[in-house]
Design a binder for this molecule. Structure first.
Ligand code: ZN
Length: 314
C-alpha cells in the first residue's frame, strides 16, 4: 500500500507533538511508550483490529518499554496514557454496550485498569493513522520517528528490545515499497555517501544489510524550487533533525572557510527551557557531519539558502 507523503508528514508531526504531562521540565514518557507498545504488538500480529483492548499482553509490553525510557519518579501506569491519549484527538475509547463514553478531563485522574476494562471495549485510532499503522513499512517509520523525537538517548536499548521481536524487521517484500525512480535514487545516493549517518547528531541505525535506515535524505534547497537532485544539494538526517530543518528551526550554514558547514539554530523560535527543544538547540555551532568525499559536500549555494531561511523565518 502506498502511503501519501503529505498524509505521512502530517501524522508524524502530530505524533511529534503529543500533549504530555510534565514534572518540572521532564515530560512524561507514557504516551510515546504506549504507542511503541502498540506498534510492537501490531508487528507480532497480536493486534489486528482497530479496537485495541487494555489486555495483559499490552500491559506487559508497556512495562518492558517503560523500563527502558522511564526517568525520575515515572510510574508504569498504563491507564494514564490509555485514557489521556484521547486528548490528542486521534484516539477514542470505545465504550462497552450500555456504558457511557469516557472523556479525558471529565473526571479527576485516569480511571483504574479495572475500571477501564469494565467500561471500555478498547481504544480506537483515527482511521487515517490506523491505515499507516497497519502498513508494516509506515509503522516502522513511525516507530523510528517516535524514538528519535522522544527517546533519542535510549535508542540503542530500544533497538535491542525491538530486535527481540522476530517480525519487527521489515521483510524482503517491504523493500520493494521503497520509492522507485527519482526519489529513490536521490535517497539512496545521499544515504550511501553519508554512510547512513545523521549529519546533525551522528545517529546511524540500519537494518537488513542497510536496506532499511532510520536516517532520511533531505534536500537543502527544496526540489520543488531547485529541481536539483545533485548530492551537493542533499544531506542525510534522522527524522528529528529532518523535521526541524524542514521547519527552519535548525540549518546547516557555511562555516568561515566556506568549504564545509556548521549547524545554526533559530533562537527566536526555540526555547532551551523546554526539554525537546533544548536537545535541538544543543547542536548549535557543531560541525556538519560530512560525507567522506569532498566532492559530495553540501554546496555553498545550498547552505546559504538554508541560512537565509533560518534567519528570516519567525
Ligand atoms: Zn539527528
Amino acid at each position: 500500500m502506498a502511503v501519501g507523503n503529505e498524509l505521512w508528514a502530517n501524522w508524524l508531526e502530530r505524533l511529534y507533538n503529543l500533549r504530555r504531562d510534565k514534572s518540572g521540565s521532564h515530560e512524561r514518557p507514557h504516551k510515546p511508550a504506549l504507542l511503541l507498545s502498540i506498534i510492537d504488538l501490531l508487528d507480532r500480529g497480536e493486534i489486528t483490529r482497530n479496537e485495541i483492548p487494555l489486555s495483559d499482553k499490552l500491559i506487559e509490553t508497556f512495562k518492558r518499554y517503560f523500563a527502558v525510557v522511564r526517568r525520575q519518579n515515572d510510574q508504569a501506569t498504563i491507564q494514564n496514557p490509555f485514557f489521556y491519549l484521547s486528548g490528542d484527538q486521534f484516539w477514542r475509547l470505545v465504550p462497552k454496550a450500555g456504558e457511557g463514553i469516557y472523556q479525558a478531563g471529565a473526571t479527576s485522574g485516569a480511571p483504574s485498569v479495572a475500571a477501564l476494562r469494565r467500561r471500555v471495549q478498547g481504544g480506537e485510532f483515527n482511521s487515517g493513522l490506523w491505515r499507516l499503522l497497519s502498513d508494516p513499512l509506515a509503522r516502522h517509520q513511525l516507530r523510528e520517528g517516535l524514538i528519535a523525537r522522544y527517546f533519542p538517548q535510549d535508542r540503542d536499548r530500544l533497538a535491542a528490545l525491538i530486535a527481540t521481536n522476530p517480525v519487527a524487521q521489515p521483510s524482503a517484500t517491504l523493500r520493494e515499497e521503497m520509492p522507485p525512480g527519482r526519489d529513490g535514487a536521490f535517497r539512496r545516493t545521499i544515504l550511501v555517501i553519508y554512510d547512513f549517518r545523521c549529519a546533525a547528531c551522528g545517529v546511524q541505525i540500519t537494518l537488513e544489510n542497510k536496506t532499511v535506515s532510520l536516517v532520511e535524505a533531505a534536500h537543502l534547497i527544496p526540489f520543488s524550487l531547485s529541481r536539483n537532485d545533485q548530492p551537493t544539494n542533499g544531506i542525510a538526517l534522522c527524522p528529528n533533525h529532518h523535521w526541524a530543518m524542514d521547519r527552519h528551526l535548525i540549518a546547516p550554514v557555511p562555516d568561515r572557510s566556506k568549504r564545509s558547514g556548521i549547524w545554526r539554530v533559530n533562537e527566536n523560535r526555540l526555547d532551551n527551557r523546554i526539554e525537546g527543544q533544548r536537545d535541538l538547540m544543543a547542536i548549535a555551532g557543531k560541525s556538519v557531519i560530512l560525507p567522506g568525499e569532498e566532492k559530495f559536500y553540501p554546496s555553498l549555494e545550498s547552505l546559504r539558502w538554508r541560512e537565509q531561511h533560518l534567519v528570516t523565518t519567525y
